[in-house]
Write a protein of this length. Structure first.
Length: 335
């Protein structure tokens, strides 16, 4: 299959986070076929029951191409027109996987060794696959992580700081609000202060931003609510310590503010000859730590259509990405 057909085949396998087994098996068998004639090795690396990363290596991997195999919901299958491949995961990141595999086929055909492919589970939720891989380093010096960057080399990516914000109150009849204590009112006040706080700014990554993602609470319109909860995500431009201090201070003692996840922002490698960008989203790179080498971030497609019903990836960028991944591996091996 060419890169377009392989992208569509991958998109058509539903792999919402926690349900990656089918696409993992497809990748395992596909890479076994590539490795069969080239002395490559393909492994399933268990992360949790029925969830595993897939690693293919040719020699000791000095350079590894890596991305994630899981997607966000909802699943919808592939289609294509003259310019794009559409479907869940088309740009985030099934098209990237296809481009990496086609680049690997070229490298193998040219008898290139000391590189690998690593496809991981769980990036869309908690980077479980990358954290597991960080405990199993293979001596790699460079890792090329694939995320949608419009085929530009990212100079940095923001991190994330996720909170559950929980307010408690006292129920009462809504006709007599003075007898109760509204948890929703408390929560609204705290969320306003979190939203209006002044967060750090980085000269490369820009300002930290906050999103109030979910709000739940209350029992009925005629009951003063005794419970309310919100989930909040701050896109970090630092390691998170100063941002967390600002958020906790803004919340004060009015609510519980429970940290759920913290992934620091990262500054990334740059190479002459490649156009650059900066991305505001979070990747698996911090979860890998230093165990898989110096990180680079690049891939076809734009994040602006990822996680939407309009998700797609340009066919021209898929073909360009095959060239880019092949050239990056060769350049870093030479380094």
């Amino acid at each position: 299959m060419d890169v377009i057909a392989l992208t569509r085949a991958l998109v058509d396998i539903e792999s919402i986070t926690d349900n990656e087994a089918a696409v993992g098996e497809y990748l395992f068998q596909t890479l076994r076929a590539v490795a069969a004639t080239s002395r490559g090795k393909v492994e399933k690396l268990e992360v949790a029951p029925n969830r595993y990363n897939v690693l293919a290596t040719w020699g000791t991997p000095i350079v590894t191409l890596s991305t994630h195999m899981d997607t966000v919901p909802p699943f919808f299958p592939s289609r294509e027109d003259d310019e794009n491949v559409w479907g869940r995961g088309a740009c985030d990141t099934k098209g990237i996987i296809a481009s990496m595999i086609k680049a690997a086929e070229r490298l193998v055909a040219a008898n290139t060794h000391n590189f690998g492919l690593l496809f991981v589970v769980g990036e869309e939720r908690n980077s479980a696959g990358a954290y597991a891989a960080s405990q199993d380093p293979r001596g790699c010096k460079f890792i090329i992580n694939g995320e949608p960057t419009s085929n530009r080399l990212a100079l940095g990516s923001k991190g994330c700081l996720r909170y559950e914000v929980i307010a408690h109150g006292r129920m009462a009849h809504s006709a007599y609000p003075e007898l109760g204590d509204s948890a929703i009112n408390k929560l609204i006040d705290v969320l306003r202060d979190l939203r209006d706080a002044s967060y750090p700014v980085d000269s490369t990554l820009g300002p930290a931003t906050i999103n109030i993602g979910t709000i739940t609470g209350g029992r009925a319109p005629n009951i003063i609510p005794d419970y309310a909860k919100a989930e909040v995500m701050i896109r970090l431009v630092d390691r998170g310590d100063s941002t967390a201090e600002i958020a906790v201070k803004a919340a004060g003692d009015r609510v519980e503010i429970n940290e759920v996840l913290r992934i620091p922002a990262v500054h990334l490698g740059k190479l002459d000859g490649y156009p650059t960008t900066v991305v505001a989203y979070t990747t698996d790179i911090p979860a890998f730590g230093a165990t898989w080498g110096q990180p680079f971030l690049i891939g076809p497609g734009t994040i602006h259509v990822a996680h939407t019903t309009e998700e797609r990836v340009p066919k021209a960028e898929l073909n360009q990405a095959v060239d880019i991944y092949e050239s990056l591996v060769r350049r870093l091996l030479a380094a």
